[in-house]
Ligand binder design. Structure first.
Ligand SMILES: Cc1cc2nc3c(=O)[nH]c(=O)nc-3n(C[C@H](O)[C@H](O)[C@H](O)COP(=O)(O)O)c2cc1C
Length: 192
């Protein structure tokens, strides 16, 4: 099963966060990182990172922003908003080329081994229907805004229509913060 988390990394004194789908098994994590992101660049050379298990809204925020009030464990950044955080050391990197509906791209398959974990005192909020939609919007947003991906016209149009449809529901069921995040994604893609 793929778990949607926020991965935080640090390089040259700069902290970075990004939503990433990871496979968690026992003390190991596997991630597939597309070349071109800060997370990919950071983890090419840096050996430590955190996997932050967060409320869905934080996934949408992480696709838009890198700034946060980071906390640190041995210089590894992590998020205050997490329910819990697992810290990993990179133990394997493998590079593969993919050719799919998003064109040709390079992928780093990275394996990490757990070095520690901490549980924070954040209480889950009741589920709001905008939460799942915001995560779906964030996935589409990250693809449409990735200059390295070649998306054919038909697929692009479908993705844009999905963004607009999800936004119309977020507007009905979300609070101000959720509506605002959805609006920023549409504005950045010139769909608003
Ligand atoms: C829910 C979700 C899951 C994602 N999973 C991955 C992934 O597994 N691998 C990846 O390379 N990018 C993934 N992305 C896209 C990255 O989050 C996106 O490219 C992001 O802008 C990278 O940020 P950075 O440049 O700060 O690292 C995902 C995005 C979302 C919203």
């Amino acid at each position: 099963m793929i778990n949607e988390v926020v991965v935080a990394t640090r390089k040259d004194n700069r902290d970075n966060k990004a939503p990433i789908g990871v496979y968690l098994k026992d003390k190991k994590v596997i991630m597939h990182l597309f070349s071109g992101s800060h997370t990919y660049e950071n983890l090419l050379t840096e050996d430590y990172f955190s996997v932050n298990v967060v409320p869905p809204i934080e996934i949408a925020k992480a696709v838009l922003y890198d700034d946060d009030n980071y906390l640190y464990y041995k210089n590894i950044p992590y998020l205050k908003s997490s329910y819990y955080v697992i810290f990993y050391k990179v133990v394997k990197r493998k590079f593969v080329n993919r050719d799919d509906k998003f064109g040709k791209h390079e992928l780093m398959i990275l394996e990490g081994e757990e070095i520690n974990r901490i549980y924070l005192n954040n209480i889950p909020e009741p589920y709001n229907r905008a939460d799942g939609l915001l995560v779906e919007m964030a996935v589409i947003y990250s693809r449409l805004s990735n200059k390295n991906l070649k998306i054919d016209e038909k697929t692009r149009k479908e993705m844009e229509n999905d963004m607009k449809k999800y936004f119309s529901i977020v507007k009905k069921v979300g609070d101000r913060e959720r509506k605002h995040l959805a609006e920023i994604m549409l504005k950045n893609l010139n769909l608003f």
